[in-house]
Design a protein around this ligand. Structure first.
Ligand SMILES: Cc1cc2nc3c(=O)[nH]c(=O)nc-3n(C[C@H](O)[C@H](O)[C@H](O)COP(=O)(O)O)c2cc1C
Length: 187
């Protein structure tokens, strides 16, 4: 038996891995905002899409300078991830407010967050207005990980690495490190 879900439909698509989008802004500052509405789109070219609210300063920053770092932090940094989404770079210099240590990017101008366990560098190749957001399509120009956190199939969750999955509001989950290894499919 099914019943109508009375919450917001997208909660059924959460929890979601959250990236922190690093941009260069019209106020000449670097800015960082968490975004959980992100997804890979294609392998060739390597692209991701992120839905950014029209009112977010990050939207203006992406239009001002069309490059961004996508920073993946550890689960232990979930409070910082949340806090970065609680104020706007329009009013607050988040780098000094949150004492963010920055790291130079290798292919783009915006810096990354030094405490990240992985950083994708990207540049905007498309922008689509949808409802209250703009869907930005970003081509990935570099993908780097902190030594020891990943093998070529991704993060080593079974070895204690974990990332914040945004549930709703102030609620986050971590990844369940149990790994299901399935039988081969019928081919
Ligand atoms: C965990 C988390 C995930 C979020 N995901 C998104 C998102 O995917 N898209 C979006 O537009 N805003 C998202 N937000 C809200 C923005 O991060 C928030 O509005 C932020 O203050 C915008 O910062 P800015 O004005 O400096 O760009 C999220 C907030 C949190 C805490």
């Amino acid at each position: 038996m099914f019943e109508e879900f009375t919450g917001k439909f997208y909660y059924l698509l959460h929890p979601r891995p959250t990236v922190v989008v690093g941009t260069l802004c019209p106020n000449r500052r670097a800015n960082f905002m968490p975004a959980s509405w992100n997804t890979p789109v294609s392998e060739e070219p390597p692209t991701v899409a992120i839905a950014i609210d029209s009112y977010a300063y990050t939207r203006e920053c992406l239009d001002f300078h069309g490059e961004a770092t996508l920073n993946i932090l550890e689960l232990g940094d979930a409070q910082l991830v949340y806090d970065l989404g609680s104020v706007s770079g329009r009013e607050v210099d988040k780098v000094s407010r949150f004492r963010l240590e920055l790291v130079e990017s290798s292919t783009i101008a915006p810096p990354g967050l030094a405490r990240s366990i992985a950083i994708l560098e990207s540049r905007v190749i498309g922008k689509y207005p949808i409802g209250e957001t703009y869907l930005y399509v970003l081509e990935v120009t570099s993908a780097r990980v902190r030594k020891g956190v990943a093998d070529r199939f991704g993060f080593l969750f079974t070895e204690g690495v974990n990332i914040p999955l945004h549930a709703s509001g102030r609620y986050f989950y971590g990844v369940d490190p149990r790994k299901l290894v399935l039988k081969k499919g019928l081919t």
